[in-house]
Structures are given as C-alpha cells and as structure tokens.
Design a protein around this ligand. Sequence first.
Ligand code: ST9
Length: 437
Amino acid sequence: MRRAALRLCTLSKGLLAPSRGLTQEPQNPENVFHIREVRDKLREIVGASTNWRDHVKAMEERKLLHSFLAKSQKGLPPRTMKDSYIEVFLPLGSQPELREKYLTVQNTVRFGRILEDLDSLGVLICYMHNKIHSAKMSPLSIVTALVDKIDMCKKNLSPEQDIKFSGHVSWVGKTSMEVKMHMFQLHGNDFSPVLDATFVMVARDSENKGPAFVNPLILESPEEEELFQQGELNKGRRVAFSSTSLLKMAPTAEERTAIHEMFLNTLDPKTISFRSRVLPANAVWMENSKLKSLDICHPQERNIFNRIFGGFLMRKAYELGWATACNFGGSRPFIVAVDDIMFQKPVEVGSLLFLSSQVCFTQGNYIQVRVHSEVASLQDKEHMTTNVFHFTFMSEKEVPLVFPKTYGESMLYLDGQRHFKSMSAPVTLKRHYMVEP
Ligand SMILES: CCCCCCCCCCCCCCCCCC(=O)SCCNC(=O)CCNC(=O)[C@H](O)C(C)(C)COP(=O)(O)OP(=O)(O)OC[C@H]1O[C@@H](n2cnc3c(N)ncnc32)[C@H](O)[C@@H]1OP(=O)(O)O
C-alpha cells in the first residue's frame, strides 16, 4: 500500500525535516529568485522564443546544443543537493500588485496558481542541478513526469502575506530526478510551512525527442543519505503500486466483498432482479457526480519546449476537480492532498483538451475526485489520454456516499478508496485551513 499522501508538515516529522534543514544554509544570492524571474530564467536557460512565430527558429537553434549532451552519466560531474537548492519569493504581502492573479473570491489563495508555480520551480531546480558552468544555455529539455504527492499543512493561506518556496534535487536516476519542494507563508516574523511536494522530472535531449543523462548526486550528510534512500523507496513503491493497479489485476478479496455489499444495498427489495437498482438514502450515483470541460490549448499556455505547460494542465484539472467536489458536497471544499499525477504524453499547442471529473469515493467530510484528461488535435478526432489526476478534498459538511452502478465504476470506486487510504495520518484539518481553487 502507498505511503502517506497526507502528513502534517511539522518540522518534527520524519524525513521532511532534514530536507527543510537545507534552508538553514547561508543563502547564495544567485539561487534566490523573485517569482517573476523564474520563467525568464528558464527561457534564458533553454533559449525559448518570446514570440510564437519564432518558435520553429528557436527549436532549430536548440538542435545545435545536441553536441553538449553527455554520452554517459559517468562523463558528468557529480552535484550536491545544495547545488540545486533554490529559494523563490512570492511577495503577495509586500507587492499587492501580484495578488490579483492568486486571489479567489473568498479572499484566499488560488491553489491552481500554486500548482503552476511548483511546476516551473521543479524544472528550474533540475536545471540548477545540471548546470554547465561554462555555458549559458542547457542542452537538456526537462519535463515533468510525475507529481508524486503534495502534502498540505494545517495553515491558512492568506493572499496578503508573503510566500516563500524552496527546493532541491533529492534523488537522481540515469535520466530522471526527484525534486522536493516546500512552501512557507509569513506569520508574524516567521515563515511557517504550508505544503511539501515531491515531483519527478525527466531529462530529454535538446529537441525533447529522446532521453538524456543527468549529473550524478553526491551525498554530504546522513540527512541527505536518508533523503536519497527515501527517493529509492519512492521509486520501488511506485513500481509496486502500478503493478497492483486495477487496470492490471483483480481487486483483493476484501475489496470484492465491499463492492458486492454495495451492489446488494442497491437492489430493489420489491423485485427479484439484478437489474432493478435503487439508490440508498443519502447517496448519489457516481455517474451523476460528473463535470466536464473543454479548453483550446493556445500558444500562450506553452512551455519552454513549445508543448503545453504541465502547470496549466494541473490548474485546469484542479479547478474542475474543485468545482466537482463543491457541486457534490454542497459546500466549500478544501484541498488536502494531491497525488500520483502522471504526465504520460506531451500536449501539443493547438490541441483540444477534454477534462472529465467525477467523485469516485467519499467518507465523512472527504471527497476523492478523479480527473481524466485527454487531447485531440483539430484535424484528427482520435482522443488520447495524457493524464489522470487524483485530488482529496475536505468539505465543510458531511457529504453523501457515492455509489457505483457498473463494474467499471466499481473499479474507479476502489481506485479512489486506495488513493484515499494512502493517507496514513489522522485527518485533523479544521475549518481555518483554507486552500481553495
Ligand atoms: C510569451 C512568452 C512565451 C515564451 C515561451 C516560453 C514560455 C515560458 C513559460 C515557461 C513556463 C515554465 C515551464 C517550465 C517547464 C515545465 C515543464 C513542463 O511543462 S513539461 C509538460 C508536462 N509534461 C510532459 O509533457 C511530459 C509528458 N510525458 C513524456 O513525455 C514521457 O512520458 C516521459 C518523457 C516523462 C517519460 O517517457 P518514457 O518513454 O517513459 O521514458 P523512458 O522510458 O526513457 O524513462 C526515462 C526516465 O523516466 C522515468 N520515468 C518515466 N515515467 C515516470 C514516472 N511516471 N514516474 C517516475 N519516473 C518516471 C524512468 O524511470 C526513467 O528514469 P531513469 O531510470 O532513466 O532515471
């Protein structure tokens, strides 16, 4: 079973503390950025075009960087966790002109915007790790492969207080890197933890066509060794989780019994028939919890490699997921966990983005939402899945139960339950905890 997706972000909690420990290091001014500098820095590193009409020329220029790619990982100098450590400031309090973009109507911070910032930040961290000191541009194209988890903390997120992000590479493979990021908000004179995030980024060649080696990582302290070990465990856990996926294997005996009991609960006692189904009290059929959206992926949403920015996809999916939870629960939902967002395929500029969201599991005040994302090009009507997003929300009130009708929906229910159960900590988030769309 998966490791916790939700843990409270206290400094005394296990492996996250040493990671934050890196924030105690003296700050290198070169590694401290204003949020507005992050995208400019990324554009500078990859030489991305500022105008869409120049994007083909910019890509042609990137082809020339191919010769800088390493033939093996051994040929690359090792890096420390501190080499990739950066801090990014989002001064919502001291620079009110930034607020509008981050504001919800309830005067809280838009979590979708935070997802976008984390994505850009994760990529910048990886470029810091793989920096070629003699060159301004990087031959690597770094893409987001997975949002492993985002653990929320019991803290208010005010649009009127400064925010700080920090992060570094915590594990490397041959072409992939795990990145740990933390977010803090100013309370009084101190920055208090808001969230912890773990992403996996993959390095590709200059044209984003094939894999590329990343610099090895050297570990300098027992804390860093522990973080690296955790990265190894995370990799193993992902493999184990995926091998027991309900898309590959039958549910466990316990899960099968639970589903059959739910089925029996929906049989009409007045008829002796498997087909006549009645919804139990305080329950909603899963099929009635759906919301859908369509977006056209305009060039404005492109990333530095002329594909659609992963953060944009996450924001869109998150906001639809939030609306689904709101519609279902009938009150304001708050995000408590995000996990296992896999970026399976890049999304081309100009694609049609179809998002389909549904509640797949509920318990008490909790709503587990799954958002399925697929794209189609304007010419070709064939749809292709690009992502599946899993969000756990907490509602202000207790929510109805959700009932599957078909076998496929039953599998969605069990998958949702598995994601929900992967939160090991007692869920104690209270009303003052406010992170909204
Ligand atoms: C107005 C001005 C405009 C200017 C223009 C510029 C605009 C500026 C705006 C910039 C905004 C900032 C953007 C920053 C960029 C953000 C990044 C993105 O958006 S990216 C967009 C969103 N993202 C995308 O679009 C990505 C879409 N996905 C893909 O392309 C592929 O699935 C893949 C490349 C990720 C993996 O391909 P696959 O064929 O499987 O690859 P391999 O088999 O070769 O394995 C390679 C390594 O990867 C590992 N690994 C693989 N999967 C996972 C996993 N799930 N979990 C964990 N690990 C995974 C695997 O273990 C292996 O590791 P290792 O052993 O070598 O260490």
